[in-house]
Write a protein of this length. Structure first.
Length: 248
């Protein structure tokens, strides 16, 4: 297991956002977390990535307990995350958005010399932009990209930190059906080529069922099911949570 979430609970005052959630993600898997709005999915991601500390339970990444570590420490261990709402630097170029992330992993990061452009860093940046079809937009300000392009840019920024586990929070949100299909195929291709593990939150069930090896379902902060996409599709607890007992 590259990631183990063990009996994790998170409360905000009287609100129980997560209650004793447990699951494990194997290296190389695409593992999706689904559930209705308010199920606790983003809270779970924020606990795993270090933004929130759990009230109880453990989060182990490659065998190390990371629960409560600050996000920058978690990221340096090899875990990167994108956000539900696109989070890039809008006033700088596409190239510089990715360069900042890639340069943070350069051997001299933190020294004055790391502020200068480095050929090895630029090579990483260009390769990522080419993979996501953004190379021609490299000098454009990030704010001038389309919504779909900004989602791709955020994934490039995350990948530039050289993670082994990538957390994507609704990467296709706001995309058209065609854009969603293209994004799903591209994400799967890039993840497989790089040998990464992917933990995914996604509302679009066609994406989840087409890309996932395993799926966990949250409902009111509790895990109600886990299994293969086919098992989840036919699980009566999942049907009840999404459709209120509908027969379809």
């Amino acid at each position: 297991m590259i990631l183990e979430v063990d009996d994790v609970s998170k409360r905000f005052g009287a609100l129980a956002a997560l209650t004793r959630v447990s699951f494990g993600v194997e290296a190389g898997q695409v593992f999706s977390v689904i559930g209705p709005n308010g199920a606790g999915k983003s809270t779970l991601f924020n606990v795993v990535s270090g933004l929130f500390a759990p009230n109880t339970g453990r989060v182990r990444f490659r065998g190390e307990d990371i629960a409560g570590l600050p996000p920058e420490r978690v990221n340096r261990l090899g875990l990167a995350k994108t956000f539900q709402i696109t989070n890039v630097f809008p006033e700088i170029s596409v190239l510089d958005n990715v360069r900042v992330a890639a340069q943070s992993r350069a051997p001299e990061s933190g020294r004055p010399s790391s502020l200068w452009r480095r050929p090895d860093v630029d090579g990483t940046v260009v390769a990522l932009l080419e993979a996501f079809g953004l190379a021609a937009r490299g000098e454009a300000h990030a704010k001038n990209l389309s919504h779909g392009e900004q989602r791709y840019l955020e994934i490039c920024v995350a990948l530039a930190t050289s993670p082994t586990l990538l957390l994507l929070d609704e990467p296709t949100a706001g995309m058209t059906p065609g854009e969603t299909r293209d994004a799903t195929a591209l994400i799967r291709k890039v993840v497989l080529e790089r040998g990464l593990t992917l933990l995914l939150i996604e509302h679009d069930m066609s994406v989840v069922m087409g890309i996932s090896d395993r799926v966990a379902v949250l409902h009111f902060g509790e895990k109600i099911a886990e299994g293969t996409p086919d098992a989840i599709r036919h699980d009566p607890r999942v049907i009840e949570a999404y459709l209120g007992g509908g027969d379809d």
